[in-house]
Design a protein around this ligand. Sequence first.
Ligand SMILES: [Zn+2]
Length: 101
Amino acid sequence: MKRRSLISMLQINCREASELISAAADGELPKRDRIALRIHLVLCAACKRFAAQMSMLRAAMSALPRSWRGCWSDETAHLTPERRQAIKQLLAQANDSELPS
Ligand SMILES: [Zn+2]
């Protein structure tokens, strides 16, 4: 088995960084992931902005009254099949109307 260097272990891409940012919101990250994420955020403006937005969303959600927080449960976060189909039709119509004739 090939050993990875410490630097390569700490190199993550933007997809991995976004997963770590989301995971960090749910709990503590392992030390290696925390360090890798910090390094990535210093080097990547897009992920740094995403992390700031996630932090702002978390703060806004925690500022909501407890009784309101249940409104965004997993159950309500999903579309009904009918609503999903209606959105697909609207998107298809929008794409058709933007095609050059
Ligand atoms: Zn990035």
